[in-house]
Design a protein around this ligand. Sequence first.
Ligand code: HEM
Length: 513
Amino acid sequence: MNAIQESKGSNPRCAHADGIHAEPRGRYSRLFARPAKPVPRDQEDKLVELGEAMRYEVEREGTLTPRVGYTYFGQFLGHDLTHDTTPLEGPYAAPERTPNYRTPSFDLDHIYGGGPEKSPFLYEGEEGAETFKIGATTPTGYHRDLPVVHGMVLIGDLQDTRNLDNLILRQLHVVFLKFHNEAIRQLGAHPPTISGVENLGPGTLFERAQRLVRWHYQWIIRHDFLPRVVDTRVWNYQERRTPCPPTLKESYSVPIEFSLAAFRFGHSMVRNAYRLNCRTKRVLIGELMALGQKTSPIPDDYLIEWGTFFDGLPTSGPQASSNYIDTSVSMAMHGLSPGTIRLSNKRELPDPSNLPVRTLLRGARAQLPSGQEVAEALLAQGRIRPDDCLTSSRLVQDTCDHSGSVLREIGLGQNTPLFYYLLKEAELAAGGLGLGPVGSHIVSEVIQSALEADPDGYMSLAGSKWKLPSWRFPGGSSRPINSLIGIIQLVGDDKLLPECDAHWRRFLAYPPT
Ligand code: HEM
């Protein structure tokens, strides 16, 4: 018996220290050809200049952009699909030989770890009906944190601690742990308090609950998240397209155009500061990162009031939306701490600490095609229209920052890094409210393919028109869960701190006229 197996209930310190020795769960692929004119290493200072210019003078927070909760749900699902530990310095193998330490499916392997057998330190309860251990905040003890044992945070497979990146993500992770626990409770009740689960298939209570949680999560990615960030025209196309061929099943690999550029669009949605609740009305994102990574329980004052992060939940203050999706990235992302950078790879060098610069350098070193090459390929496939392709004169415009001028000065206006092109496209084609046509194609194509290719996912086993089961909610009502807020309500994490709750109730009694 190794340290991890011994650990169940008794010795989590050994469990955490040992960890699961991560094995690659997949590899990567390319959607498009290599670039005709890659930026060589001796010209990378151009990319550094461009990345450094991708910042606001004055922050522009949207009101019609997705609510801030979707920023972090995006980060959460990105961490589920891709974990590339290639050091920024390289060497860069071909994508087909580059390990992905996450399964290329939306199966929540970053929260389930190796399951109760391989990651027993995460679980408690009877064999076959295991629930996640949940940690408590301090000093009151709200069950809203990851378990912290002997100064260690028990999370996922321990080699991948990226969900500790910030306090928002850490608490969103907990929502999913509690969702699993609720699924165990409702499926295991006599009689079950959930109906419409006949097509869940066989297995232990744990396996059925896990499948139910994964299916809801997948459904929500497709119906709650994607339509908020991708172009409607593109999304309608994805809904109608022929499903990916069965040969792709179990062998799907994440394209690097998605992991190294397109899905990093979320970096531009991050705001400088957030309101968490009525006690903590403004916290800088840098502080939220430091707090998320702390190996001590979350203080009560930092409990997230999800009603500020999503519509439709109780809240003691206004809802907040993400930053515009454009070429400007929050100042905090221009100087990440070594701790943040090392969440992905413990041996990574902390420099450069500028995230847009890292993304541009990585894209060039991994030989991503330029934005123009991708747009031309999609045009040739009939996926976009000629006027969807950005001209260099539009790309070098200065809009929200001075990065357009820099792009012109460094001579990349016609051979534009994909990451930059897609953010500029979001700004010019979608007003910064979502992705433009090229970005939408990459993001929706990859997400839809990953969903279809998952042999254990709802698209394969229940079909794309899966009828959502009906759950018993805390107030006693029964209804399906068709959004993230449904999950938050189900697990009771829509509850507010006492004085915030009082504030909300006063507001309900006397709304402003
Ligand atoms: C405070 C918020 C965030 C921080 C501090 C952060 C930080 C990072 C860092 C340090 C990397 C590795 C960079 C490199 O070495 O190339 C990374 C990668 C990545 N980020 Fe973020 N990120 C944040 C939010 C987001 C959001 C909101 C999304 C998407 C909606 C996102 C998507 C990604 C993706 C897809 C990768 C590549 C992952 C991989 O393939 O291993 N991130 N992020």
